[in-house]
Design a protein around this ligand. Sequence first.
Ligand SMILES: [Zn+2]
Length: 171
Amino acid sequence: MNPAIKIAQKEYAKVATWILEYPGICIYCGEDADSIDHLVPRAISGKTDRKYVPVVPACLNCNIIINDSPIFTIKGRAAIVAYSIRKTHKKELKIPFHNQQWFADFSPRMRANLEKRQMERQLLKQRLKCLDRGGMVYMLTESSADDDPLDSPLPALTLRFTIQGRESYPQ
Ligand SMILES: [Zn+2]
């Protein structure tokens, strides 16, 4: 069999239990998984062996970024996404976090707009946090000594829910 598929299958074996437990979560960034990611692109696997290529849950954004990258490990693919997000949102990510008081000087409409953008920035940062740890799969299974015990294990999901569902956000 194609050596790339063998690598991908080994990789899948490491995360299979996690996927069973969290089938709806992007294995890379922790967002809602609205697509499946083939660990080997069609161009490399070929059509016949496509059925042996393992798939993992991924959000569409991560899936699109990874696209046809010839990297078959979860950590490697997470690194590709992290690099792309940092490059695409370079300026945005430099904007500091503002507190409620800072927003108070703006008109309600402007304020809502700025708050929404801050939420989106926070979400990007949460995704990057997962991606930098090698993917959400490792964020949840390998705890780090400097972890804040109060941190939600699913921060990106919580934040995204807040962006879509409500006007306000947690302080
Ligand atoms: Zn993702």
